[in-house]
Write a protein that binds this ligand. Sequence first.
Ligand SMILES: [Zn+2]
Length: 261
Amino acid sequence: MKRIMLFIMASLSVLVVTAQCLKIEYAGNALSKKEQQLVEQMMVYQIKFYRLFGLKDSLKVKLTVFNERSVAEFYLDTIGLSKKIPVKNIGGLYSAKRKEAVIMEMDKNRKRGLSVIYHELSHYLTREITGINPPVWLMEGLSEYFEHCEVGKKGIRHSMTAYEKGRIRSMYMLGEVNLRNFVDADWNLFMKKQRTDERYAYILAHALTTFMLENVSRQFLSDFITLLQDKTDMAKVSEKIARVYPDGFEAFETDFEKFCE
Ligand SMILES: [Zn+2]
């Protein structure tokens, strides 16, 4: 019965933020009214950020939430996604082809589930501003950034956890950070780092993105994303950063290391 219920629940929300209009198609198990409100507040916040880098007026994404992992896995089988992605340990995923975020087990911890929703929906907007293949650390870094935002009475606040801050400091102390290799890494290398080294890749991506969003001028981020949007420019990501960061890549590395202290 559960499986038949999935699609009856679908509903549509339309958020309008100045020029942008985002339609969220909800499917799967229903969120509570309060949860839906939080998701929509967060999406308004995200759109206000992403629109600085050129977002089209009409946006649409599907959000499919499952309370139970077994049902989510069945769903991923039926749409053929479980063949491409190892789904055993993930909390959620985003399919660029389907423009759909899937949340695996909302009932396990609903607050955590909301953070996963913020993360996966951010992937949609990152792809909208950068085209199909953004650097993996930027893709995951932006999603981690929004995942670590909390919607409170006074607005939305971002923070890095004490564990993450400690982990970054120890990475620097042990000489484990090679920022040039990290920003130039492809998906395989990034995920290898993630698997072999205590979440190294996501934490470093989160810290680097936080640095770029909170400590560096918006002009840099905007110039950098403009370079990424140019599909004819085959230069390495570190070279693109060097071109737009004041005083080049070494200065970028030094400033980031200072930020991490
Ligand atoms: Zn992600």
